[in-house]
Design a protein around this ligand. Sequence first.
Ligand code: SAM
Length: 410
Amino acid sequence: MAEHPAYPVGLRLTGRRVVVLGGGQVAQRRLPALVAAGADVVLVSPEATPSVEAMADAGEITWARRPYQDGDLADAWYALIATSDPDANARASAEAERHRVWCVRSDDADAATAWTPATGHSEGVTVAVLTTSARGRDPRHTAAIRDAVVEGLRDGTLVAPHHRTRTPGVALVGGGPGDPDLITVRGRRLLAEADVVIADRLGPRDLLAELPPHVEVIDAAKIPYGRYMAQEAINNALIEHAKQGKSVVRLKGGDPFVFGRGMEEVQALAEAGIPCTVVPGISSSISVPGAAGIPVTHRGVAHEFTVVSGHVAPDDERSLVDWPSLARLTGTLVILMGVDKIGRIAETLIAHGRSPDTPVALVQEGTTAAQRRVDATLATVAETVRAEDVKPPAVIVVGAVVTVGPATAG
Ligand SMILES: C[S@@+](CC[C@H](N)C(=O)[O-])C[C@H]1O[C@@H](n2cnc3c(N)ncnc32)[C@H](O)[C@@H]1O
């Protein structure tokens, strides 16, 4: 008999009876999706795996603890036949045929009247991959195709612009510390869908090179600001592009709300009535020390870490940081934007009680190819920064955690 391709369809099973025969690994794999589809699942099996049993205990499925018997499929809309007894499977298959119940067979794809596709989900879409014919069935290949499509949609390497719900307005995306792999999946997808990207100097700039040619990429530092402050000019640029109906991504380094002025942009967009979505990012304050082998906490060493901006010196009247209190803490101090002022900061910490021998590490351009780590102590850090010519961007870590890792240079 000529073999025709299977006809793909999506079953809407809410409240409809689905009978599963056999409580082993196949049932364990398939049951969650049936439950998620709202099916009224009846499991017929003398035994079940612990996970399947847990689903029955939780009331997600009804479990008849016995072997299959004729008549079990009478009221079913759909059946999954997966017992370890080939004879029972064959009898159940024949019953399904008599009652015109579509049935999947775990032991014999040829004898089945339905096949389960390899499925995955991405942003409200179910991707289902079926082999064309029973003869050509290669479950690993179909699963690999499913993975390629779902992963591609998630990370933005596969773009489906005509069929996507585009995010209206502005997406404020935390791009992570610099390594293009350290942006979130959501951030990367929004970037792939953008018409306009306004990017900071810090963050995953390599990703900008991957954008299609029609995407307008604007360097935030180069937005002319004449009679405005720079931040105001950036806010205006976001608003103007969004008002033209474009999908705008504001790509920021690290997390938008960690010394990123993200909320100022959110407020400006709200005032202009422009929808804004915020995508968190991996902040350099934790990831850059980590990339250089420094944990910000460590059992028995530091039970707290404080992230602080060092962009103004401790004795500057604009400073909002209580440096004397920080000096009294025993945990880790992570200083961002502090390279220029580290001499004054170190003096202040020592003056208020931190030991001059406290270890300090400076991690410059963390997570990028240019990453560099320089070690010092509070007493020596100012001179070390000069001698080693440490330049921003760098994260400065102060505290005993600096020396707990196996590597102290790099
Ligand atoms: C304006 S703040 C922005 C912080 C960002 N929102 C975050 O969560 O990482 C900029 C400072 O972050 C730190 N920084 C950001 N990325 C860095 C990197 N890749 N390596 C070292 N320091 C970095 C530096 O201290 C830099 O001066």
